[in-house]
Design a binder for this molecule. Structure first.
Ligand SMILES: Cc1cc2nc3c(=O)[nH]c(=O)nc-3n(C[C@H](O)[C@H](O)[C@H](O)COP(=O)(O)OP(=O)(O)OC[C@H]3O[C@@H](n4cnc5c(N)ncnc54)[C@H](O)[C@@H]3O)c2cc1C
Length: 462
């Protein structure tokens, strides 16, 4: 009987456990235990119901085009609970000199695919508009070494595009910094497009024309009762005898043919271990047995971030422009990095007479904000919402959530580091990794990483 330990009960570890459970039910001789340090499973996935509103403390949805999370929901029998974003309201604004300016139609991430809206948009100067035109004539270019997203985007569209779009978007998604994040790890498709076509604009239009006829799905997907519905469904399918909460693993010791896993005053032996914890925790656990591997894992940086939920009466919603929300470039000098108008993006999350805001703070741009007390953070958020949106009203409720060291940063050189980690990992029998430190930070990426780690541990196809 093969025994596998999974350490970390976030979505990565839970996905690994579910894969093992499916194989166990199919008759594979195996036992597994999922260890989670906290009383609650789900890691950064946490949903609360406050004042009849569905509040997401961590991730609020996932990209529909990445199928792993939706497929998992269907495997769990909750496919009918999937809900798409309300894309009829899909407009995002950028704060420029204190005013909200809509991202023009036809801008795919930051690639212009429609000439007129980009040409008429007040978001960009004439210099940037000229760059957008001349980008069309870029020749194919394979850049051997990795480079930052900022230098890549600047080469194509100039510095203003970095400041007004690339950096705010990456702050919102990664809590990261465009001048540090690796284009090959974070935007591999862009690097491929540059190598094949030269111009990103030309490549996008070509890809689109090939995709014509395919159904257009909402850009984001979530669950009717919130992201925690996925965690609850997973826990219903994993037997209680295979999960241990309040079990913070303190040491991992290689022994003959396996591992000794220790927590509090207890220890158990396993053939294999899946580390589904942040890579700096994996590094701590492997330090004494494999210092080189630990040092590579420790070198992956993480950022911390906070979300603030504010619920208002609908009158406040009437002050707002239509759309999903806005992003804030760093030169605006604000501490709130992004704001989502939840009642527009996912209307089912609020009663009709409410407006719900989700504000994002911290990241590499402003980690110290997380050291402030909740009251101080709320004051900052309310001041900035007053300045940008003119909201003076008292909220009906407010919640502050802090996520320390939760977002891995794929800095320049990340893919090379992953190769070194993989070489070192293969030298250690029965050791596997899952989580957002490696091949994708989004919920679907983490689901995939958990499934792959579990399948590798069993030596079967994912
Ligand atoms: C604020 C925020 C917003 C986000 N928004 C989105 C979004 O909208 N869409 C999207 O796709 N992604 C989003 N993400 C990213 C995504 O949610 C995460 O990358 C993903 O959920 C991480 O899952 P994980 O299981 O790898 O890690 P985690 O959720 O961090 O889980 C790791 C678990 O390991 C446990 N652990 C740690 N040490 C030990 C130990 N020694 N022993 C036992 N257990 C231990 C922890 O307690 C934790 O439960 C967001 C992330 C954050 C923080």
């Amino acid at each position: 009987m093969k025994r596998i330990a999974i350490i970390g009960g976030g979505i990565s570890g839970l996905s690994a456990a579910f894969f093992l459970e499916q194989r166990r039910l199919a008759g594979m001789p195996l036992e597994y235990v999922l260890f989670e340090a906290n009383p609650r499973f789900g890691g950064v996935i946490f949903t609360e119901r406050v004042d009849d509103c569905l509040v997401e403390a961590g991730p609020d949805s996932f990209l529909t085009e990445k199928p792993d999370a939706s497929d998992l929901c269907r495997d769990l029998g909750i496919g009918d609970q999937l809900v798409g974003s309300n894309d009829s309201q899909r407009k995002t604004y950028i704060l420029v000199n204190g005013k909200l300016i809509a991202i023009p139609d036809g801008l795919a991430f930051m690639i212009p695919t429609k000439i007129l809206p980009a040409a008429l948009s007040p978001l960009f100067s004439w210099h940037t508009k000229l760059k957008m035109t001349s980008e069309w004539f870029h020749l194919p270019l394979e850049v051997k070494n990795d480079e930052s997203v900022a230098s890549f985007v600047e080469r194509h569209y100039g510095k203003e595009m970095v400041d007004r779009l690339a950096d705010p978007l990456l702050s919102g998604v990664y809590g990261g910094d465009a001048s540090q994040l690796s284009v090959k790890a974070v935007m591999p498709r862009f690097a491929e497009m540059q190598a094949r076509h030269g111009s990103l604009g030309k490549a996008t239009i070509k890809n689109r024309s090939q995709a014509i006829g395919k159904s257009s799905c909402p850009i984001f997907t979530s669950l009717k009762d919130g992201m925690h519905q996925l965690v609850s469904a997973l826990l219903l399918r994993i037997p209680a005898s295979s999960v241990r909460s309040n079990a913070s693993i303190q040491s991992l010791c290689p022994i003959d043919d396996g591992w000794r896993v220790s927590w509090q005053d207890k220890a158990e032996q396993f053939d294999s271990v899946i580390l589904a914890v942040p890579s700096y925790v994996a590094a701590e656990l492997l330090d004494s047995s494999n210092a080189n591997l630990a040092s590579e894992l420790r070198a992956i940086q993480y950022s911390s971030s906070g979300t603030v939920a504010l619920g208002f009466d609908r009158k406040v919603g009437e002050l707002l422009p239509a759309g999903f929300g806005y992003l804030v470039p760093r030169r605006e000098g604000k501490r709130v990095l992004a704001v989502t108008f939840v009642h527009n993006k996912f209307p089912h999350r609020t009663p009709e007479d409410r407006a719900l805001f989700r504000c994002f703070l911290g990241g590499t741009r402003d980690e110290p904000v997380l050291d402030l007390a909740d009251d101080e953070i709320l004051q900052i958020v309310r001041k900035e919402l007053r300045e940008v949106l003119g909201i003076e009203t008292e909220p009906r409720f407010a919640r502050v959530y802090k996520w320390r060291g939760a977002m891995a940063q794929y800095n320049v050189g990340h893919l090379e580091r992953l190769q070194r980690i993989e070489v070192l990992r293969r030298e250690v029998p029965g050791l596997f990794f899952a989580g957002n430190a490696y091949n994708g930070i989004g919920v679907p990426d983490c689901v995939r990483s958990g499934r792959q780690a579990a399948s590798h541990a069993l030596g079967v196809e994912p």
